[in-house]
Design a protein. Sequence first.
Length: 233
Amino acid sequence: MIYEQLAQTRQNMESACRRAGRSAEEVELIAVSKTKPIPLLLEAYEAGVRDFGENRVQELLEKYEALPKDIRWHMIGHLQRNKVKYLVDKVHLIHSVDSLRLAQEIQKEAEKKQTQVNILVEVNVAGEESKFGGSREETMRLVREIALLPSVHIQGLMTVAPYVENPEANRMFFANLRQLAVDIKRESIDNVNMHVLSMGMTGDYQVAVEEGATYVRVGTGIFGNRSYEGETI
Ligand SMILES: *Cc1c(COP(=O)(O)O)cnc(C)c1O
């Protein structure tokens, strides 16, 4: 079941790349496994998945302990500062950095553990009240501030687009995120890379790929519906 869903997702990504004249290697799939039990993650692992996304620290750590060590763990949910210390040396990429205080905490813990941490800056592309991340101007300022932290390395931008019935409704938001990355890149800020764009979920990842996503985060489309009991997002 997971095998077929994965194959379908990868095929859809390739088709979207082809439509956009992109090479399929430019886009990576993150299997968003939040709320899903370990045997299901293992099934995805056996089907070749090495990138998993989680939105709660506790759950990520439990799965980290239980699963093979060549997995790249992606923290995609809102991150509280008091949880940073558990995460910095276990996570491949933190997608959801939305404040200087959070980045400073990551810096502090990275220094303690003598490690380097790769992050994305979260942008609220649609200006939704319920979402994390800043506006275009706030993101510009935040990137400049975080760039000064020696153990924290910005690799690009991330956004959670609105939930929509028709994915075309989000095309403009994805295009805006890519344009923002281009504009930041043009500033040539030390310690800032803009080669990663984390955008697109089950409902809209194909449009996101057409608009330049380098990571798509797909949960439901791989693992099926989630039971929302106990979920904080
Ligand atoms: C849950 C989640 C996803 C995956 O959502 P699906 O619609 O199930 O694909 C992607 N990104 C973030 C930040 C999430 O919290």
